[in-house]
Design a protein around this ligand. Structure first.
Ligand SMILES: [Fe+2]
Length: 294
């Protein structure tokens, strides 16, 4: 059984690296840890969800803004070859990272593949951890990078891909959109129907609800477009705030996400929520995010 450990990093293209760096540091509150040529690396882990402090959790590189890759690490590095074989057997061609590509990603090994929608993913082995602690340029209260929304052209098909091949579990559905967990966190991936592929939103957890409200006022003052919230998800119980970032990427801060502990796995039953605004926010906030609206 393949067991993913957690999401590790995102790699996102941009035509304007300076503007992406400015937004990520001054607005989102990430730490720029390196700029190497046409690539910028950002750190976000004060205390990672699993106690990890990842070397970096986001990369912007000069390239196509529609070029998105998400990476996951695995519980057992010995599973690496088996994952590649199982993906190939299921009809998903695998690329094994070269030494130079591994160095760029700061991992020992990785393999790359696409999901049925065409989204790019990587499975990494022995990714680098950070010695120095996270020291952001803006105190947004971020504790760690936690999950992504991912676009899908066929949610039930992609749900089957993640659950059957990569051992993700459905925590809840909102309409056809599955909220998928790979560890105890309610969701690490959420698949939202969309006419095109790519990452749909990027979530960072913050320390407490005060951080959500501090950012709400800060972002408004900075002229950043708030697209949803402050609110609370009835599915994961998390309080949230979504805003539009560089290249119109949606970023989210949230706090209080539910965990499904190992002892609950056998008895946990995913819940079906209707595809309606109140399934995204139990307080009545209305999303200005196309994938959250019918
Ligand atoms: Fe989210």
């Amino acid at each position: 059984m393949i067991r993913l450990y957690d999401i590790r990093y995102l790699r996102i293209g941009t035509r304007d690296l300076d503007a992406a760096i400015a937004f990520a540091t001054r607005i989102v509150g990430l730490q720029l840890v390196a700029r190497e040529g046409k690539t910028a690396y950002f750190r976000s882990d004060k205390v990672g969800a699993r106690g990890d402090t990842r070397d970096h959790t986001l990369v912007y590189f000069e390239g196509d803004p529609a070029d998105h890759t998400s990476a996951f690490d695995i519980l057992d590095g010995d599973d690496f070859d088996r994952i590649g074989a199982e993906l190939e057997n299921a009809g998903h061609p695998v690329h094994y990272g070269t030494r130079e590509e591994c160095e760029q990603r700061r991992v020992k090994q990785f393999l790359a593949f696409r999901d049925p929608t065409g989204n790019k993913h990587e499975v990494v082995v022995r990714p680098y951890h950070s010695g120095p602690r996270y020291f952001p340029s803006r105190d947004a209260g971020i504790t760690h990078f936690s999950h992504i929304g991912l676009r899908t052209s066929d949610a039930p098909r992609d749900e089957a891909f993640w659950t059957r091949l990569l051992n993700a579990r459905v925590s809840d559905w909102i309409g056809d959109a599955p909220l998928l967990r790979v560890n105890t966190i309610h969701h690490t991936l959420a698949l939202f129907p969309s006419p095109y592929p790519g990452v749909q939103h990027i979530n960072h957890q913050v320390e407490d609800f005060d951080d959500i409200m501090r950012s709400y006022y800060f972002l408004r003052e900075q002229g950043v477009k708030i697209v949803f919230g402050p609110g609370r998800h009835p599915s994961s119980s998390a309080c949230f705030l979504y805003f539009e970032g560089h290249d119109k990427m949606v970023y989210e801060y949230s706090v209080g996400v539910k965990h499904i502990q190992p002892g609950e796995e056998a008895s946990y039953r995913p819940r079906q929520f209707p595809f309606a605004p109140e399934s995204f926010c139990m307080w009545g906030s209305k999303p200005d995010i196309p994938e959250f609206r019918s």
